[in-house]
Design a protein around this ligand. Structure first.
Ligand code: CO
Length: 504
């Protein structure tokens, strides 16, 4: 009996390994498309990726795989629940069940509608014309409700959407977290608005691309980014992708007249990459060779970007070097002034450019609207108005047009409802992990001040990275910190950091 099950386990791993290979092959094609591909190849590339995706879909929903997972589910229950094999069966079964609940016709229809919607959204954004995009968004909302219905019964129509990004997490848990968080962040921003604006004009000088690029790579090499298993390239929007855990690549973009874009973008993507590079080797070529969730992933990128990369200790070490690289731009800017400049808080219209103190408010507003749209308590045609009202309430400014308001993000155009909350949750998780890490690593600030990041990376590896996707996000965070995802450490971090900068 034992050996039959072990045979089946081996077979399962082979099948999942093939799926992982197909996934990696598709990711290589996508990476190439965004980094290298000549314009004229787009249509062919689309076909190539679609073919791989079709094979992947057939294999990942096959009766054979389903039978194998059924047979192994009982067996896995007898194993140590934390054993790799037990978790592998659980996660693979979960993915299988989710995928097979959604009919193929729906998948095709959704792919078609979201492709059309994306191109319409681009035009609508270009001319700031929400009415142009409205019918497409209405259709996508309808389709996402249909999607949610495949997973009935649920407590909330938003649950199945959220679950695609945060396995096991429920809408009411996130709402509870955000309801605590929102008034505290609104209060902090109000207090900062009373204070004098920070001068950051020196960040907008001319910073040659090559020098920016080299400095970014110098820093992430110190962070521990492994160039034998990765590389950095240029793309329109920065991203991290992995073809298995031994090839984890990042991209960045450079603005020659704004220093923070490439620098913090590189730190951010490096944080994502370090996570993937740190997953245990024996989980490679399996669905466990992945992050625990989008929020946990984002906690890693935000930690290297913000908690480390925007800290005084970090710049104590790196600022003299940056001044050496850019003597005419920064030679006369003091460390203190630079630190305040890169941490300036200014409510702004665009989410991706938002500072640490205002960022989550952009997210909460989007999630509230998504939920209202899914519940049907808000109609698509009324959404721009609802957006503007909330924006003014939370951030104190009124978007002058829809291009800089409701049309700014790509997510809704591909029907990606449920995605946004993970960005804010990631910030909260980063502060929770940081709090725990600071208890366990002696003099963490001194380590950063000396650019000794190896002890920090080792802690993250041991506590977060090695596990890959073995645990659901809430389970993992509780295992590490003793608490579920909670806003308090992040609020404490914000108040202390910005309280000091703005003298609150
Ligand atoms: Co990210």
């Amino acid at each position: 009996m034992e050996s039959i099950m072990e045979e089946k386990m081996k077979l399962l791993k082979e099948k999942l390994g093939e799926l992982a290979d197909l996934h990696a092959a598709s990711a290589v094609l996508e990476w190439d498309q965004l980094v290298n591909m000549p314009e004229g190849a787009a249509a062919d590339r689309g076909e190539q990726i679609a073919t791989i995706e079709k094979i992947k879909h057939l294999k990942s929903t096959s009766d054979e795989l389903g039978q194998l997972l059924d047979d192994l589910t009982e067996y896995a229950k007898q194993l140590d629940p934390d054993a790799d094999d037990a978790r592998l069966v659980k996660v693979a079964k979960r993915n299988f069940d989710k995928q097979t609940k959604v009919p193929t016709e729906y998948v095709t229809e959704f792919a078609r509608e979201s492709t059309v919607a994306q191109s319409i959204w681009e035009k609508a954004k270009g001319t700031s014309d929400f009415a142009m995009f409205q019918p497409n968004l209405e259709r996508l909302v309808e389709l996402r409700r249909e999607y949610a219905d495949f997973f009935k019964p649920w407590d909330h129509v938003y649950d199945p959407l959220l679950d695609d990004f945060e396995p096991g997490m429920k809408t009411n848990e996130v709402q509870e977290i955000f309801n605590t968080l929102r008034p505290k962040q609104v209060k902090l921003i109000k207090a900062i608005r009373e204070k004098e604006k920070v001068d950051r004009s020196f960040l907008f000088l001319d910073y040659p691309e090559k020098k920016q690029w080299d400095f970014g790579e110098e820093v992430i090499t110190k962070f521990g980014y492994d160039w034998k298993h990765g590389r950095q390239d240029k793309s329109a929007h920065p991203f991290t992708t992995s073809f298995g855990i031994n090839d984890v690549r990042i991209t960045t973009r450079v603005k020659e007249n704004y220093l923070p874009t490439a620098m913090f973008g590189t730190f951010h993507e490096c944080g994502h990459a370090l996570y993937e590079m740190g997953i245990a080797q024996n989980l490679n070529r399996s669905p466990l060779a992945d992050g625990a969730s989008m929020a946990v992933h984002e906690s890693q990128s935000r930690m290297w970007e913000n908690l480390i990369g925007r800290s005084m200790q970090f710049w104590n070490y790196f600022y003299p070097r940056l001044q050496e690289i850019f003597p005419s731009q920064l030679g006369n800017v003091s460390l203190e002034k630079f630190y305040r400049g890169i941490n300036a808080v200014e409510p702004s219209l665009i989410r991706v450019e938002a500072d640490e103190a205002t960022y989550n408010l952009h997210i909460m507003l989007r999630m509230e609207l998504e939920i209202a749209l899914m519940e049907g308590s808000l109609e698509v045609k009324d959404a721009p108005n609802a957006w503007n009202q909330k924006f003014e309430e939370y951030l104190g400014i009124l978007p002058p047009n829809d291009a800089e308001g409701i049309l700014q993000d790509v997510h809704w155009s591909f029907g990606g409802f449920g995605y946004f909350p993970t960005y804010a949750l990631g910030n909260l998780v980063s502060a929770q992990l940081w709090e725990k890490m600071s208890e366990e690593i002696k003099d963490i600030e001194g380590k950063i001040e000396n650019a000794e990041f190896d002890v920090i990376l080792a802690w993250l590896r041991e506590n977060v990275h090695v596990h890959g996707a073995k645990y659901e996000p809430q389970e993992l965070i509780r295992k590490i910190t003793g608490s579920k995802i909670t806003p308090e450490p992040f609020v404490k971090y914000l108040n202390s950091k910005f309280g000091e900068i703005y003298g609150l």
